[in-house]
Design a protein around this ligand. Structure first.
Ligand code: C6P
Length: 394
């Protein structure tokens, strides 16, 4: 049996999205900016897809949704856009507040911008991996131009207080961005209700859309300068020929994701809890964050004495795919950065395992995972205790 439990890294394509995309690789291949019939034939599908995105976020189309290549581009567009539009012109307001556990697409971009005079406050997480709304508010000064806070953390699944902090930002006249990559399809996202959010990042492949396409919601009046200059696509706001097939796929996928939030919070949550209950009975384990404060699909667990990578390979041999943390850091086998930020026992950072389900995960897959997870933990613990004993005696 093969089980995929790394859905925070990427997801499989929704079969309906795949079917809807197909004609755009075949007969509907025109450039939507062309004036001939081929161009005209594809334009309606673009409008439908954009409409699906506006609906999924519950925003009027007077606001803007910029199509990007991924969440990384969306995050770069916000941070560099704020720099060019505001900070460069008014260095008095050069301060950005964020958290210490954002995705590298935020942290690395801020590090880059700090060379150009941007000041950043990184608010720490508590021992559960959560962020206090009060700490975020306390970090804001007269110099603050932007707060950027992820909606849900990719490693722990911990949900951050976006509603409260965005309302505070609005009251203070500070711009507010959220990286909602891990929230779409898992949490209710209603930007009309949460009207303090000025910018929101999403990425199609995290909610069963295609890879290589993402979006950035921009509230009316909060427009950003271009990151990509060139042609007149997207009303001149992001140059480059539009990938119609992927945009169509992203539109259907976000609609489906929004329609399945209840399923995620009932059915997927039940499977996640079943898995968590079973594996956290293994001795000396720590699960990060109370489950009711996490997205319904995510578990970050540490098994003391077992390297995360060893566990991962044992599971992989049995056909179960998990991760030790975010996929973009997996090439350098290092400690889980979020576990480090949580500041627990340093050993825990090396023993972290992330398991993330999707709405396509089945009960049979979870039962199988429980069986192989417990076996792998027993096997690796027995090796490490023999090793410890030999070392002691030897
Ligand atoms: N996180 C993970 O394993 P892209 O690849 O650019 O579409 O998404 C980047 C990104 C941005 N923000 C958050 C919160 C994310 O989780 C990710 C992707 C994957 O956790 C790959 S590193």
């Amino acid at each position: 049996m093969r089980v995929y439990l790394d859905n925070n890294a990427t997801t499989k394509i929704d079969p309906l999205a795949k079917v809807k995309m197909q004609p755009f690789f075949e007969e509907l291949y025109g450039n939507p900016n062309s004036l001939h019939q081929y161009g005209m034939d594809v334009r309606p599908a673009l409008n439908v897809a954009l409409g699906e995105m506006y609906d999924a976020l519950n925003v009027p189309d007077a606001d803007d949704i910029l199509i990007t290549s991924c969440a990384t581009e969306s995050n770069n567009t916000v941070l560099k856009g704020i720099f060019f539009k505001h900070i460069l012109k008014n260095p008095e307001k050069n301060h950005i507040v964020t958290t210490s556990v954002e995705h590298p697409a935020i942290l690395e971009t801020l590090l880059y911008l700090s060379d150009f005079g941007v000041e950043v406050t990184y608010v720490d997480v508590d021992e559960d991996g959560g962020v206090s709304a009060q700490d975020m508010k306390n970090a804001v000064t007269d110099k603050t131009i932007l707060i950027s806070m992820m909606w849900a953390n990719n490693e722990t699944g911990m949900i951050f207080p976006v509603e409260e902090v965005s309302a505070f930002a609005k009251e203070k006249g500070v711009l507010f961005h959220t990286d909602a990559v891990q929230a779409i399809g898992k949490l209710k996202v209603d930007l009309t209700a949460m009207n303090g959010i000025d910018y929101l990042t999403f990425s199609a492949h995290k909610f069963h859309g295609p890879k290589g396409i993402g979006g950035l919601y921009v509230k009316k009046g909060k427009e950003l300068p271009n990151l990509l200059h060139g042609g007149e696509q997207m009303g001149g706001k992001r140059a480059g020929t539009l990938n119609v097939a992927y945009i169509v796929g992203m539109g259907l996928a976000i609609k489906q994701a929004a329609n399945h939030v209840d399923k995620m919070n009932v059915d997927v949550r039940r499977l996640r809890d079943k898995l968590e209950d079973a594996i956290s009975k293994i001795s000396d384990t720590i699960v990060v964050g109370p489950r009711e404060k996490r997205t319904p699909n995510t578990i970050l667990i540490s098994l003391r004495g077992i390297e995360g990578e060893s566990m991962l390979w044992d599971l992989n041999k049995a056909g179960v795919a998990a991760s030790t943390g975010s996929a973009c850091a997996s090439e350098s086998l290092h400690a889980n950065p979020v576990m480090n930020a949580i500041g627990e026992d340093p050993e825990l950072a090396h023993t972290a395992m992330r398991l993330s389900l999707s709405r396509f995960t089945t009960e049979e897959e979870i039962d199988y995972t429980i069986e192989v997870f417990i076996k792998a933990a027993e096997r690796l613990r027995s090796i490490s205790s023999t090793y410890a004993y030999t070392n002691e005696v030897g």
